[in-house]
Write a protein that binds this ligand. Structure first.
Ligand SMILES: *Cc1c(COP(=O)(O)O)cnc(C)c1O
Length: 361
């Protein structure tokens, strides 16, 4: 059987992509917020009812920019259950990560434990809507208001997700996304940052373009996080196909959910009520790490390679130098496996995946 990975990058119509490339060749304009970047920003804003969009060259720089602006070298309250970029960005910006454990069902930061982690040095909360499942945004907003903290959401997994009828990107002071090739919507490498206030928008905007305010003036310190026209061309080509992509992924996810529904020693992700989800990942949680490892090994024998998203719990990563214990996150991280989920998986392949797992549990 062909190798099956946890994901397979969606490649859109080459013909449409070529038509965008032709525009790049005709204009000889490759970056610095060219026509395609501006067009993609407008189309995203319109399609998902976003208050603002700034496209970036990847999904990590927007987190760093937000932390540079609002972390203020202080303590940043964060989740231990995410991709490493969430926490490494905090360290990179010379802030101190302070972990708060996660909710055992939603797998997002446990909002009831945030207040006791706040000190006089706390400047911001950086939480991840992990697998596209929203954090408790209302409670987090209330806490942030009470203590005068900024809220940054790592919304890397949230393309197309709505919560209570509006895009998840519209929550928080700043929200960020990744358009990496392994993500639901992609521009090969790429990302975006979102916010709701004009003053914050300006700060983010200048920050992502060296601080330039025209060719000769500078608004302030900045870095280069601009998306190129080649990246935007890929995004513009894929965008009209997103409904199809999400629909196909929904079929795969529904197959998994049906196959595992009567199995008591395996559980899936619990979505927060009010969420219109995007089928970005299909995590399953085993009873123990031993069972996970045997299922993973059996799948590997079939040439199937799921991924242990997210292992280890980030408080345990060596360079974090962290001595906090995060029992729930550590336990979930040891037992969670993300199953293959992409457009084009066949029923036969899905049956092999689910039957192989069932034999091991
Ligand atoms: C992918 C990812 C990132 C990093 O995005 P890049 O585009 O690869 O820089 C950050 N946070 C989370 C949760 C991610 O999954």
């Amino acid at each position: 059987m062909n190798r099956i990975n946890v994901t397979k990058t969606y490649l859109p119509s080459q013909e449409v992509y070529q038509s965008y490339l032709k525009r790049i060749w005709d204009s000889a304009w490759l970056t610095n917020r060219g026509a395609l970047v501006l067009e993609l920003e407008e189309k995203l804003k319109e399609a998902y009812h976003l208050n603002s969009v700034i496209l970036t060259t990847n999904g990590t720089l927007p987190i760093q920019i937000a932390l540079k602006l609002f972390g203020d070298l202080g303590e940043v309250i964060t989740t231990p259950f995410s991709y490493v970029a969430t926490t490494s960005s905090i360290l990179w910006e010379n802030c101190q990560p302070v972990f708060v454990d996660i909710h055992p069902d939603y797998l997002t930061i446990d909002e009831t434990k945030i207040e006791s982690a706040i000190t006089s040095k706390t400047t911001a909360i950086l939480a991840t809507h992990v697998y596209g499942n929203p954090c408790n945004v209302e409670i987090i907003e209330a806490i942030a208001k009470k203590y005068g903290l900024k809220v940054i959401y790592d919304a890397a997994h949230c393309f197309g997700v709505t919560y209570k009828g509006k895009s998840l990107f519209n929550y928080g002071d700043v929200s960020t996304c990744s358009f990496h090739a392994t993500k639901l919507f992609h521009t090969a490498e790429g990302g975006a940052m979102f916010c709701n206030e004009e003053t914050i928008y300006k700060k983010l905007f200048y920050s992502h373009n060296f601080g330039h305010d025209g060719p000769l003036e500078f608004h302030g310190l900045g870095i280069n996080a601009k998306m190129s026209e080649l990246q935007a061309a890929m995004g513009l080509t894929i965008l009209p196909e997103m409904e199809f992509i999400i629909g196909e992924r929904k079929k795969v996810a529904t197959f998994y959910t049906r196959s595992f529904k009567d199995i008591s020693n395996l559980r899936g992700l619990k979505l927060r009520v009010g969420t219109e989800w995007n089928y970005s990942y299909y995590p399953i949680i085993f009873e123990s790490e031993e069972v996970l490892l045997s299922a993973e090994q059996a799948l590997n024998k079939e040439n199937i390679y799921p991924r242990r998203y997210f292992y280890p719990s980030l408080n345990k990563v060596s360079f974090m130098n962290n001595d906090q214990e995060m029992p729930i996150s550590e336990s979930i991280a040891r037992r969670v496996l993300c199953l293959p989920l992409y457009v084009g998986l066949t029923k036969m392949e899905l049956e092999i995946i689910t039957n192989t797992i069932k034999k091991e549990i």
